[in-house]
Design a protein around this ligand. Structure first.
Ligand SMILES: NC(=O)c1ccc[n+]([C@@H]2O[C@H](COP(=O)([O-])OP(=O)(O)OC[C@H]3O[C@@H](n4cnc5c(N)ncnc54)[C@H](OP(=O)(O)O)[C@@H]3O)[C@@H](O)[C@H]2O)c1
Length: 301
């Protein structure tokens, strides 16, 4: 199969390039924008494009003829979306709609990465048919994208997720921030009243790859199988990375001034995805174990 991965320089894009290329059997096109790819492999070639340039994207699809497009690119900073709503809707809503339409025309499998942010956060472990009630611009852009992608190409697979992994020089991740703080002996304020069900980039990349040939369409939750507060997550990360967990400080969300409101509970029920995949998605310990080596390699810790 031939995969085209948008957002190839991003946290998830890099994970997908790494996972799929090392299987050795597929051709991969990574779509870059401003930043490069850190990961190179003989099965991957890169193209550079701004996804807003419709003519260029048509040409890439025509030239490359991928079997599967996994659209990870987006404006992912919640606060940046709040500051620039027009740009956020263009990148996070209009571009996925256009790509879905293009993939429909060319009968290409289309997988769109949405978010766990789409509710008001009052329901734990919500399922795919939850009532959507976005509380910030980022969530609105993704919720509308889900709708437009489904309309433009009903066979699309729309993945709601939450993930973590080793970031990039131009893109610090949550676990990078925890690692950097703890390794400097600094305290890590972590929310006691915000819940997620995340999984690591390597596990998410495998699940997306496994789902790509299956006849599953519509919305699917692909996260970890465990609901956890951000405080408990930071504690577990400290333990896995071998740092002093007492540096993790329990912090209420209300004590921090955030540009955009956040839904308190973003944990998702992932059982539908598990039934398609035929295996259990990872718990937090499994996911943290899968990225530990990448961190421990960096400073001999
Ligand atoms: N991180 C999470 O926990 C999380 C949770 C839920 C959902 N998601 C969703 O998962 C997806 C991947 O997230 P991520 O954290 O891997 O993203 P990321 O690291 O922030 O990377 C975003 C990517 O989008 C590319 N991009 C942005 N604007 C573009 C444009 N106009 N044309 C072409 N490429 C463009 C960026 O390229 P340049 O940097 O070169 O511009 C970058 O490669 C996103 O859709 C995000 O909303 C993420």
């Amino acid at each position: 199969m031939k995969f085209l991965i948008t957002g190839a320089s991003g946290l998830l894009g890099q994970g997908l390039l790494r996972y799929i290329s090392t299987l050795g059997t597929h051709e991969i096109v990574g779509l870059l924008h401003h930043h490069p790819s850190r990961f190179v492999h003989h099965n991957i070639h890169m193209v550079t494009a701004d996804l807003r340039d419709e003519g260029r994207i048509d040409q890439i699809i025509h030239d490359e003829k991928p079997d599967v497009v996994i659209h990870t690119a987006g404006l992912t900073s919640v606060d940046e979306c709040e500051k620039n709503p027009e740009y956020a809707f263009l990148i996070n809503t209009e571009i996925p709609r256009r790509l879905a339409h293009l993939c429909h025309q060319n009968q290409i499998r289309f997988i769109f990465i949405s978010t766990d942010h789409i509710t008001d956060g009052r329901q734990a472990l919500f399922s795919e048919d939850v009532v959507i009630s976005p509380v910030n611009i980022y969530a609105q852009t993704k919720a509308q994208a889900e709708h437009f992608v489904g309309q433009a190409y009903p066979e699309s697979l729309i993945i709601r997720t939450n993930f973590f992994g080793k970031g990039l020089p131009w893109r610090q991740s949550l676990t990078d921030w925890i690692w950097q703080k703890l390794s400097a002996g600094e305290s890590v304020p972590a929310f006691i009243d915000s819940w997620v069900s995340p999984l690591s980039v390597p596990y998410l990349s495998k699940a997306l790859y496994d789902l790509s040939p299956l006849k599953v369409r519509g919305i699917l939750h692909v996260g970890g199988r465990e609901r956890i507060s951000k405080y408990d997550f930071a504690l577990k990360a400290a333990q896995h990375f071998g740092f002093n967990p007492t540096l993790v400080v329990p912090t209420p969300m209300a004590s921090v001034k955030l540009q955009a409101p956040r839904p308190p509970d973003m944990s998702m029920n992932v059982s539908r995805a598990e039934s398609y995949l035929g295996y259990a998605l990872p718990d937090i310990d499994q996911s943290l174990s899968s990225i530990r080596a990448e961190y421990q390699g960096q400073d001999g810790h």
